[in-house]
Design a protein around this ligand. Structure first.
Ligand SMILES: *Cc1c(COP(=O)(O)O)cnc(C)c1O
Length: 361
């Protein structure tokens, strides 16, 4: 049995080195005479590991001391609701920039606690672009401005951090965190579900500016308050210890590979190769996203003959190229090429595409 190239959008491929290390340490972790899943999160060994994981993430992203790092649960979706719960007074306006499925969902989930205002949207072009910054209808009194830096389903990525003045910028970075260096100081709050670029599902990494933790817009049970997690080093209750551990292995792997500058270089090279394969196919393959907004993580495309798309996906699977079926909302093909998908995997996909076009053209 051998592992195939995995283009799953999420839960997604993890670095093979990380999986092997986890396998080696599975039965006995760190001299504990038990696995990492079987020891107390309040024990010295786990606490030391947790601190090291945070330190590694801080180093990778160069996170300033003004920002706390939290390890949470609930997936990104829970935080679509929990962010406004923590940051907005009842009915207070929060501005949402919507350039795809997830931003739409984030805005809709916010409405129980805030007045989400869609300050800009690219829905009119089927989410094939990022709305021009000059057209955003922002309120300087809004609780925050929410963006989705990479839209995993629509294959659209915001390549520049927008300037939104003094209003805190909140970003769902579930599918592009750690794919390139980032100026964290420009953000009030960043959150990311782990299952795309960090590790297994069930873990959420949040980076939040201290002053935002001091907002008390409403009484909340402690378990929903980010400030309580910050005060308890993310151990308010039992955390996802396995996810935290694997995230740590991924961070070490990233450091060993040359950090985020190297990831940026590789992700550019991988996505450029794949977009070139699409663009140079004489229209056999097509990507409809505006050139400047094309995602480096999720490359979506259609075949000229849509009837061949399921054939393409099935034959690719047989050829060892997994999970290329587009999201059910869009159809077509989607290749997710996160950090853990190597250049060779993308090259294999490009060769398969050329061969498929030759034999089904
Ligand atoms: C996958 C994804 C989500 C949803 O994550 P869950 O962990 O399933 O809640 C939200 N936003 C983005 C950008 C995603 O890629």
């Amino acid at each position: 049995m051998s592992r195939a190239w995995n283009f799953s959008a999420g839960p997604a491929a993890m670095p093979e080195d990380v999986l092997k290390r986890a396998q080696q340490e599975l039965l006995e972790w760190n001299g504990a005479r038990a696995s990492v899943m079987e020891v107390s999160h309040r024990g010295k060994a786990f606490m030391e590991m947790a601190a090291r994981v945070e330190a590694d993430l801080r180093e990778l992203l160069d996170i300033p001391s003004s920002h706390k790092v939290l390890f949470l649960q609930g997936g990104a979706t829970q935080h679509f609701a929990q962010v406004p719960m923590n940051l907005c007074a009842d009915g207070q306006r929060a501005d949402y920039i919507v350039n795809g499925h997830w931003g739409e969902k984030a805005a809709s989930e916010a409405s129980a606690y805030a007045s989400p205002h869609v300050a800009a949207s690219s829905k009119a072009d089927g989410y094939a672009s990022i709305p021009e910054r000059g057209q955003w209808d922002l309120d300087p009194k809004a609780a925050y401005v929410h963006i989705t830096t990479n839209e995993t389903i629509h294959g659209v990525e915001m390549h520049d951090i927008p300037d939104v003045g003094d209003v805190p910028l909140v970003a769902d970075m579930s599918s592009d965190i750690l794919s390139h260096p980032l100026d964290v100081s420009k953000f009030g709050l960043i959150y990311a579900g782990a299952q795309k670029n960090i590790g297994p599902s069930g873990l959420v990494v949040m980076i939040v500016r201290q002053d935002l933790l001091e907002r008390h817009p409403r009484p909340l049970p402690r378990i929903f308050r980010y400030a309580e997690y910050a005060a308890a080093d993310s151990m308010l209750n039992t955390p996802n210890t396995w996810g935290w551990y694997l995230a740590g292995l991924t961070f070490q792997w990233l450091k060993g590979q040359g950090g985020l500058a190297e990831m940026d270089r590789r992700n550019r090279a991988k996505s450029e190769l794949l977009y070139a394969a699409i663009d140079d196919s004489d229209g056999y393959y097509r990507n409809r996203v505006q050139a400047t907004a094309r995602s480096r993580m999720n490359v979506i495309f259609n075949l000229r003959d849509a009837a061949l798309e399921p054939v393409f996906v099935a034959e690719a699977d047989k050829a060892g190229l997994l999970a290329l079926k587009g999201h059910r909302a869009l159809g077509g093909v989607r290749a997710s090429i996160y950090n853990a998908v190597p250049f060779e995997g993308v090259r294999a996909l490009c060769s398969f595409m050329a061969e498929f076009q030759r034999t089904h053209g």
